[in-house]
Design a protein around this ligand. Structure first.
Ligand code: GDP
Ligand code: IMO
Ligand code: MG
Length: 424
């Protein structure tokens, strides 16, 4: 058996949570492999709307195992709130969730360092979610981090050592006022630690590889998107982990030849939240319409998402880096009222036209080259099968498949589980 990977091809929020929930009935194990509570994955079914930050999106299906892998960074206070929010709708988590002992812990002081770092950057800030992601991965790579497995031995001593180091940085380097927030964060954090300790803290790499050996099917759920990848995204306006397919290998402990299908998910248009370059961004009424109709506000921070046309230069780059085998197009319904749809098929940089994704998107003058296609001008949200697709939508799909060379196997026409069309 192999591990199928589902990941975002744009700047995040493509609809990963929804599709993982839709696909989960076909899998035994659902695993998160990177990122942390910067993620916000929204699921809608049976009049329930739930946003998940740390817990895999398979949690609402019965008899599935959910795994938080070693590549994830985990904040116990967010974890506790998530468990409580899920239990309100009658789902109790227990044996159906395992957590890697090698996953790194986000400390209260990591969140403060994130805020201090952003404040110090001023105009050049990343627009981080302020969840402590960057500082936690920095400590992991710098070999200073605390792991979930550290909870099991001499934890207080290890915690105090790292906290003291962070306080020195906050005081001496950032001159940052931290005390009040630290008290508040620490209280909920230690409550979260107690909740976390009730779960199975294990070496999830063994669990996943054994699952594959015993013919269990596994899907790995990406967070963020390829354009936010630490190596291949729009650096430095990226997150601090490998969001790409290779991240599933390092973030779960699976060998490259164990990767099966790679589902690449994208919106029928494009969004970005936070700072950084976005070549096809719209500042006009079209962009505002996308935001209004698509309800484009961050699931984690509530910030308005920047909106624009689909960018095939970036999308083809993402497909190449990830080895995407199947494309999934989300939020087609958001374009229902558009007379025409634009697609960026190339960039013009210093008078030269290119389809190759450049080294740097910022600091260069990129003019997208657009092709225009007719819109379908009819509502998609009630559509239940591919046969009901308007011709203009079929044409849009065909155009994208030709330009990417990858089949679009699922089209999403609304936020609900049911509003998902699996193509033949
Ligand atoms: P994720 O981070 O990739 O899981 O995506 P988010 O949950 O942050 O953002 C996607 C948003 O779009 C959520 O509010 C979803 O409920 C919503 N959504 C997902 N698919 C569709 C769709 O096909 N149509 C519409 N209108 N909304 C969708
Ligand atoms: P999901 O999984 C969209 C963005 C932030 C910021 C940059 C760095 O829901 O798609 P960080 O907090 O990681 O240091 O922020 O990355 N970002 C996301 N944007 N969706 C996400 O996750 C994101 N996670 C981080 O807005 O620009
Ligand atoms: Mg999201």
């Amino acid at each position: 058996m192999k591990v199928d990977v589902l990941l975002g091809l744009q700047w995040g929020d493509e609809g990963k949570g929804k599709v993982v929930d839709v696909l989960t009935p076909h899998y035994d194990v659902i695993a998160r492999f990177q990122g942390g509570p910067n993620a916000g994955h929204t699921l809608e079914f049976n009049n329930i709307k739930q946003v998940l930050h740390t817990i895999p999106s398979g949690i609402f299906r019965e008899n599935k195992m959910n795994v938080i892998g070693n590549g994830v960074v985990l904040d116990p206070s967010v974890f506790k709130k998530e468990i409580e929010s899920i239990s309100k709708i009658g789902i109790e988590l227990g044996d159906n969730l395992i957590i890697s002992k090698k996953a790194h812990l986000i400390l209260p002081t990591h969140r403060l360092l994130d805020a201090a770092s952003e404040a110090a950057k001023g105009d050049t800030k990343i627009g981080s979610t302020l969840k402590g992601i960057g500082p936690t991965y920095r400590d992991k790579i710098g070999r200073d981090g605390l792991r979930v497995g550290d909870l099991l031995e001499n934890f207080d001593e290890k915690y105090t050592r790292l906290k003291t180091l962070h306080i020195q940085q906050l005081e001496k380097f950032y001159n940052f006022d931290y005390q009040e927030k630290l008290n508040e964060f620490e209280k909920e954090w230690f409550e979260g630690i107690e909740v976390l300790k009730k779960f199975q803290l294990v070496n999830t790499e063994h669990y996943i590889n054994n699952a594959l050996k015993t013919e269990k099917s596994v899907i790995a759920e990406g967070a963020q998107g390829t354009m936010l990848d630490i190596d291949f995204g729009s650096y430095p306006f990226v997150t601090s982990s490998n969001t790409i397919c290779a991240g599933a290998c390092t973030g779960l402990g699976i060998a490259p030849q164990k990767i099966g299908k790679v589902f690449g998910i994208f919106k029928a248009y494009c969004t970005r939240v936070g700072m950084g370059p976005f070549p096809t961004e719209l500042f006009d009424q079209d962009g505002q319409n996308m935001r209004d109709v698509g309800n484009e506000y961050g699931s984690t921070t509530g910030r308005p998402r920047r909106c624009g046309w689909i960018d095939l230069v970036a999308l083809n780059y993402s497909i190449m880096i990830n080895g995407v085998t199947d494309l999934i197009m989300m939020k087609a319904d958001v374009l229902d009222d558009f007379e025409t749809i634009k697609v960026a098929t190339a960039y013009k940089i210093n008078g030269e036209t290119t389809t190759e994704f450049p080294y740097d998107l910022s600091g260069v003058d990129i003019e997208p080259v657009y092709e225009e296609l007719p819109g379908w001008n009819s509502p998609l949200t009630g559509v239940t099968s591919e046969n009901e697709f308007p011709d203009a939508l079929k044409n849009y799909i065909k155009f994208l498949e030709e330009k990417t060379g990858v089949p679009i196997t699922i089209v999403s026409v609304g936020p609900n589980r049911n509003q998902t069309i699996i193509r033949k």
